[in-house]
Design a protein. Structure first.
Length: 245
């Protein structure tokens, strides 16, 4: 039997231009008054600009954030809110409250927030406020955003912004693909793999085997670097002292 694929399909990875257009399109989904799409712009942006998992983004609360007026901010992650269904949670709610994935109970980690995302989250709080427990992203009734709700908004956003030729491809087909795109973009920017792995809470081994999927354009720069190195060895070698002996 063939082994299941571990690496992320490179076709799902959106380049920065595509990701920006998709996030902009989220705000156009649904009516302006109910703000079905506008409430989720910051939610999806957290996955792309901070590499959050959906269950982490759902649980983001204002007291855990540092959102300065300028510069980088930070998020202290300490819980997730995965959707499990009432039958499978102790509280009888659709979303369970758990610790961080692959981390001991009670452990936290700090996620850097780029200035663009900080500005978006500040604007989101100014527009919609927070839920009773401080969560940034919630429904019109104050509930936790369900898996089905944010997936429907995302698919509508893809239909709005992508050409018919791209709509049928795997490109950013799931919201989780924003995280894949984020990590690939950070690696492409030349960031230290150890630092890139630490931000979303992965190991370097997992990062390089699963998430290192380069956007299309930057591959040209890698080709140029390789070509330049090989070309340098094609030049006549200057004689050394050992050659003269």
């Amino acid at each position: 039997m063939p082994k299941p694929a571990v690496a992320v399909d490179p076709r799902v990875v959106a380049n920065p231009y595509q990701a920006r257009d998709l996030l902009d399109a989220v705000s156009y989904v649904g009516g302006y008054r109910r703000a079905r799409g506008r409430r989720l712009v910051g939610f999806f942006s957290g996955m792309y600009y901070a590499g959050l998992r959906p269950e982490e983004a759902v649980a983001v609360a204002l007291p855990d954030c540092r959102l300065p007026t300028t510069g980088w901010g930070r998020l202290i992650l300490h819980r997730t809110r995965p959707q499990a269904g009432k039958r499978w949670t102790d509280s009888g709610e659709f979303h369970d409250e758990r610790g961080l994935k692959n981390r001991p109970p009670g452990e936290t980690w700090v996620v850097p927030l780029p200035p663009h995302l900080v500005a978006m989250w500040r604007e989101h709080v100014a527009t919609f406020g927070t839920a009773d427990d401080g969560r940034l992203f919630f429904t019109e009734q104050g509930r936790i955003i369900s898996y089905g709700a944010y997936h429907r908004v995302w698919h509508e956003s893809r239909d709005l912004v992508l050409s018919p030729a791209l709509t049928g491809t795997p490109l950013a087909k799931r919201p989780y693909d924003l995280r894949h795109s984020a990590l690939s973009t950070w690696l492409c920017a030349g960031a230290d793999p150890a630092e890139v792995a630490q931000r979303p809470g992965n190991s370097v081994e997992v990062l390089l085997s699963r998430y290192a999927k380069w956007p299309v354009r930057p591959a040209v720069h890698q080709h140029q670097r390789i070509e330049g190195l090989l070309s340098s060895y094609g030049q006549p070698r200057e004689p050394s002292e050992q050659d003269e002996e």
